[in-house]
Structure formats: C-alpha cells, structure tokens
Design a protein around this ligand. Structure first.
Ligand code: DGL
Length: 268
C-alpha cells in the first residue's frame, strides 16, 4: 500500500503547485496527475457541472491504484468535495483546510483576503472555514475569473496580467488585508504579478503547496509514506499534451514532455 502513487487532480495546470511541493518534501512518492485541460475552466461553471467533472477526475485517478487523492483545485474542493467526500473509500484531501488554518495562524491584523474562481467565491467555503476557526477574523473575497485563462495560455507575466490583476486586487489592498489566500491553485503561477500589487508586507498563501504538506502529515501518521528513495511523476491531460508539457515543465523547473500523456478515457 505505501508504495502506491498519490493521485492529484485539477482542471489544468494549477494542481502542479501541489505536485511541486510533493516532489520537494516527499521525493520518494510516485505521483499520478490528472489535468482536465479539455474542460478547463471549472470555476465559471454550474455547481452540477463542477460536481460531475470532479467525479470524473476522481474516477480516473482511482483506475491507477492510488493511496490518497489530493484535489488540488479550489473550485472542486469548495463546490464538489463537500458532497463527494464520503462516497469513496480512498482518502480525498481538498485544499481549503490547510490554507485556512495557515491564514488564521499568520495574520496579525485579522484581515484575510481570499481570491478564487467565481464558483469558489460563490460557495463562501473559505470564509466559512476561516470564521469557524476563529470568529474574530474578517474575510474579504474577490473572484478573479480571467486569471485561469491567462495562466493556461502562458500569459502569467504579461502586461495584460498586470492590468487585470490591478483591477481585481486593489479593492483587497484597500481593505488592508495582511494575508491573501490564492484560493485557486492556478494563482500561485501569477505570484510575481500579485505580490507586485499587494506589496511585500502581505503574506501570499498557496493552497496547493499547503495541501501537499498536509498530505505528508497524513501519510506519516498512517504509516503510508513511500519507502523508495525517488519516485516518478506521470501526467495525464484531457487535451493538448504539448501545451501542458511546455508550461508545466517551466513551472516544475524540469522537462516533463516524456511523462505527459493523453488520458484515454477523455480522448475526444
Ligand atoms: N485551479 C482550479 C481552482 O483551484 C480551477 C480553476 C478553473 O478551472 O476555473 O479553482
């Protein structure tokens, strides 16, 4: 059981924020990644559709004999997981809990910003969890629907990204948040643009990376950490292998082309 892979999924590239951290802190783990690039974005879709897509993603990973699933997608975690969690035997972790706990522990002025997709912000789950952890917290949320297409198309550091980010983020900056949860896993790929606007004094949190740390804690506790020295990562996508390989390889800091495959069940 311990040497089975960890399954990670997202609508596209965003879940690589979890993969990068898993590779860093658990180098012995095998990873099966699924990016639903043929159907990205999830965040602008209806609740029913997000639940259906999330179910497909989980079912795909289950075919790979995995020991744990990390739903490295803020939208799936906040909209779909609450109704899907208990339908599976395998442990499924979302990205909300670790990020909310961290935000509550690092904020000094109790003013926390959350940015995410329309679906995530509409669900209100981040705010709900944060105020449940500490009712003194004030949460300011904003949906940033254009961020995902910017990332998926390789425009993360463009002028367009800067202009759009200013529009989305200035209201949160004006609220004087000192901690900002990048509540969609795609957003850490825009870290430079976001931190230029928010300033060094605002702590940016990456839910994908924090979920990876939480996953390590879980595997350790359950005695399920791999005993191998180095693991492999295989990436499956439901659309263009090339685009994912290029942008994903840049983000992970190493070429991944030979490990990126078209997911057969999703072949169109
Ligand atoms: N990366 C995802 C999230 O964390 C999904 C973005 C999208 O597909 O809209 O919300």
């Amino acid at each position: 059981m311990r040497n089975r892979p960890i399954g990670v999924f997202d609508s596209g590239l965003g879940g690589l924020t979890a993969v990068r951290e898993i590779q860093r802190i658990m180098p012995g783990e095998d990873i099966i990644y699924f990016g639903d690039t043929g159907r990205v974005p999830y965040g602008t879709r209806s609740r029913e559709t997000i639940i259906r897509y999330t179910k497909d993603d989980i079912d795909f990973l289950l075919r790979h004999n995995i020991k744990l699933i990390v739903a490295a997608c803020g939208t799936a975690s906040s909209v779909a997981l609450p109704v899907l969690y208990d339908k599976y035997d395998v442990k499924i972790m979302g990205v909300l809990e670790a990020a909310c706990k961290k935000a509550v522990s690092v904020t000094k002025n109790n003013r926390i910003g959350v940015i995410g997709t329309v679906g995530t912000v509409k669900s209100g789950k981040y705010a709900e969890l944060i105020t449940k952890l500490n009712p003194k917290m004030q949460v300011f949320s904003a949906a940033c629907p254009l961020f995902v297409p910017l990332v998926e198309n390789g425009y993360s550091e463009s002028k367009a990204a800067q202009l759009i980010a200013k529009d989305y983020l200035l209201p949160l900056k004006n609220e004087k948040v000192d901690t900002l949860i990048l509540g969609c896993t795609h957003y850490p790929l825009l870290t430079k643009v976001i931190s230029d606007i928010m300033g060094d004094e605002v702590t940016l949190l990456s839910p994908g990376a924090l979920a990876a740390q939480e996953a390590r804690g879980y595997l350790e506790k359950e005695n399920l950490l791999s005993d191998k020295e180095s693991g492999t990562s295989q990436f499956y996508v439901s659309d263009s292998v090339e685009n994912f390989a290029e942008l994903g390889g840049t983000f992970l800091g190493k070429p991944i082309k030979s490990s990126v495959h078209l997911a057969e069940a999703f072949e169109q």
